[in-house]
Design a protein around this ligand. Structure first.
Ligand code: C5P
Length: 238
């Protein structure tokens, strides 16, 4: 990962756009290599959007956060990999049996479809949770600072290739999981960008220095007056 081009480290989240807009946007940002398709775009555009983005020469992070029984997780990951998605999210809370089945099915699905081998990324604790609410609503008493590394370890042991994490968790997780374990971090704000609804943010270079392998950046690029310039600026900061 050391010698990656900065553009390989930045994944632009195509949130809040209708499908035609998302495809047009992805096509217009100069030098863009990776995009993230989330639930909203996927539900509206359907699975074809992955192939359409691939046809534009882009690599796709399919962020659907699968969480189900092992057979269903395996089936969903197999299909996602066969579409050509190269990063696919699953919930670590699905447990080791489901994670193992998902990983094996994704690798097999990609191979059979002649697509690149994907990396599955585990979501540990959604950053929208607070400790007190986890305890009150789900009877989870474990501190988030303990739960995140424990779920990352469960995922790694099950053969999952990486985690999605806050940039503030990256250093601790990187110490626990050396590369090539992927650490993909949202919550990135380049110099001068509005923080918006993100409470805990880091700059791009800071997050990479903390151990992130790739960064998810949405609005600082998608809402910029000149998205190509905003993307170039993020690359430059790396
Ligand atoms: O626009 P912004 O840069 O905040 O977008 C970040 C992307 O990462 C969005 O797609 C958001 O859903 C996702 N994300 C996040 N924080 C998390 C997990 C995912 O912002 N903790």
């Amino acid at each position: 990962m050391e010698n990656l081009h900065p553009a390989d480290r930045i994944i632009v989240a195509l949130d809040g756009m209708v499908p035609e807009q998302a495809l047009r946007f992805a096509n217009q940002v100069e030098g863009l290599r990776w995009v993230k398709v989330g639930l909203e775009l996927f539900v509206q555009a359907g699975p074809e959007v992955v192939g359409q983005l691939r046809a534009q020469g882009l690599r796709v992070f399919l962020d659907l956060k699968f969480h189900d029984i092992p057979a269903t997780m395996a089936g969903a990951c197999r299909r996602a990999a066969a579409l050509g998605a190269e990063l696919i999210t699953v919930h670590a809370c699905a447990g080791s049996e489901a994670l193992k089945a998902a990983e094996a099915a994704a690798v097999d699905g990609a191979q059979r479809a002649g697509q690149p081998t994907p990396t599955l990324l585990a979501v540990t604790v959604l950053t929208s949770w607070e400790e007190q609410r986890l305890q009150r609503e789900l009877a989870i008493t474990q501190a988030i600072a303990e739960r995140v590394p424990a779920l990352a370890q469960l995922s790694a042991t099950a053969g999952i290739g990486g985690c999605v994490c806050s940039p503030l968790e990256a250093a601790a997780l990187r110490a626990q999981h050396p590369e090539p374990f992927a650490l993909v971090t949202p919550g990135i704000r380049p110099t001068g960008a509005a923080v918006g609804d993100q409470a805990r943010v880091m700059g791009p270079a800071e997050a990479i220095a903390a151990g992130a392998s790739q960064l998810v950046i949405g609005r600082p690029i998608t809402k910029a007056a000149d998205p190509s310039a905003a993307f170039a600026l993020c690359c430059k900061e790396l």
